[in-house]
Design a protein around this ligand. Structure first.
Ligand SMILES: C[S@@+](CC[C@H](N)C(=O)[O-])C[C@H]1O[C@@H](n2cnc3c(N)ncnc32)[C@H](O)[C@@H]1O
Length: 156
């Protein structure tokens, strides 16, 4: 991701970089993307603000994701600089800091339903979700992604 930002391939003309994490489960993937974007701010490869939409069909998963509270086992897997900059410790775990949470918008939704309110995205991440769908559903979702991307957007 940082490579694409550094090369100026994403969101060249946009005021802000908009990303969508489709099928975000408990939020780890979306927070990882936000931390990568924050790093890009720090290194100067990204100068624009960014926003991330993250959606999952599971209300429980979205509640967990919104809280951003995880067990210590998740904390120790993070790089040391991310722990310091983007997390704070709790008595029995850790929580994602506000500087990361403020750029994320978690929503419970079925990603198979087109939603005009989402708007267009510069990039979409959809990891380990398409594998659950049959071919018809898979193609339907790819069409939704296509329609949701900016003309020069990326699907990962
Ligand atoms: C294996 S998890 C992947 C989570 C995350 N992308 C990752 O790689 O860490 C698949 C997720 O897709 C969600 N999902 C499945 N069908 C969905 C749908 N139609 N709309 C939104 N989310 C869906 C599930 O609830 C689950 O949280």
């Amino acid at each position: 991701m940082e490579q694409y930002l550094a090369e100026g391939e994403i969101g060249d003309k946009a005021q802000e970089i908009r990303g969508w994490c489709a099928g975000c489960a408990n939020g780890q993937e979306a927070y990882t993307l936000a931390m990568t974007m924050e790093d890009a701010h720090l290194t100067g490869s990204l100068k624009k603000p960014y926003k991330l939409w993250a959606s999952d069909i599971s209300q429980k998963a979205i509640q967990t994701a919104t809280k951003g509270v995880y067990p210590m086992a998740e904390y120790v897997r993070l790089p040391a600089n991310w722990r310091k900059a983007y997390m704070h410790l709790l008595p029995n775990g850790c929580e994602v800091r506000k500087n990361i949470k403020q750029n994320l918008n978690f929503k419970q939704e079925n990603i198979l339903l087109p939603d005009q309110t989402r708007g267009k995205f510069d990039y979409i991440f959809c990891r380990n979700v398409l594998i659950y769908f049959d071919e018809v559903t898979y193609k339907k979702l790819l069409k939704i992604f296509w329609d949701s991307l900016q003309p020069d957007g990326y699907l990962f």
